[in-house]
Design a protein around this ligand. Structure first.
Ligand code: ZN
Ligand code: FE
Length: 252
């Protein structure tokens, strides 16, 4: 594995884009392009030459900048089938050889049916798109709650020290909801203090780390006895508890 550099930049109202650079391979890839100007500015600021784009899913706020960036850089676009700008379609289980990594493509349907996440096993980094957020998860627009839960379980099985980049800065609102269902969780209460301080200074709360999410993200804690007791769902399946949590967050 060669050493990689990561550059996360905010764009649109609450999106993040990320650039990943590998000097040894001479490659730089972007994960999603919410806004072409922001991505081109990030490339200018870093001095990196874009060679590839990895796409997570078909929503406009993740792909609308791709055509302009592709035209400016002649990069290769890798992502779900069915997106016009994608040059090379990949699916869950595929491995993408890029930046000195065998990047594992993980299908995580639920938010959309085409959602792909990308795991770099050497660097232990996950690009989670709109599947997993800090203390939250994506809304279930196209799939079912059971499908979304199965997708989250795939991410929960990754190494606990995996660094996770997400599509949006939703952390503060997610944490406020988390406290309504898991308020007795000391790790969650402590994290919210840190998140409030960071956002108060206009600083990002991402990337996050899987073990922190396992401890504080209610959508990964459907098996937790205290959360289940609070919902009156001691005997329900994890998928059913997840579905109830997602429903309550939608109403909140
Ligand atoms: Zn989305
Ligand atoms: Fe999004």
């Amino acid at each position: 594995m060669s050493k990689l550099a990561f550059h996360q930049y905010p764009c649109l109202s609450d999106n993040y884009g990320v650039l990943v650079h590998d000097v040894a391979a001479g490659e730089t890839f972007a994960v999603d392009v919410p806004d072409a100007d922001a991505t081109l500015a990030a490339l200018a600021a870093t001095g990196w030459k874009l060679t590839h784009i990895l796409v997570t899913h078909h929503h406009d706020d993740h792909i609308q900048g791709i055509p302009a960036v592709k035209a400016a850089t002649a990069c290769v676009v890798i992502g779900p089938a069915g997106i016009a700008a994608v040059d090379r379609a990949v699916a869950g289980g595929d491995v993408v050889d890029l930046a000195g990594e065998g990047i594992r493509v993980i299908a995580t349907p639920g938010h959309t049916l085409d959602m792909l996440n990308y795991f770099l096993p050497g660097a232990r980094v996950l690009f989670a798109g709109d599947t997993l957020f800090a203390m939250g998860c994506g809304r279930v627009f196209e799939g079912t709650p059971a499908q979304m839960w199965a997708s989250l379980e795939k991410l929960m099985a990754l190494p606990a020290d995996t660094m996770i980049y997400c599509g949006h800065e939703y952390t503060l609102a997610n944490g406020r909801f988390a406290l309504t269902v898991d308020g007795g969780n000391a790790a969650l209460v402590a994290r919210m203090k840190e998140v409030e301080a960071l956002r108060g200074q206009g600083r990002p709360t991402l990337p996050t780390v899987l073990d922190l999410e396992l401890a504080t993200n209610p959508f990964l804690r459907a098996a937790d006895p205290a959360i289940r007791a609070g919902l009156g769902m001691d005997r329900a399946s994890d998928a059913e508890v997840f579905a109830e949590l997602r429903e309550r967050k939608n109403r909140g």
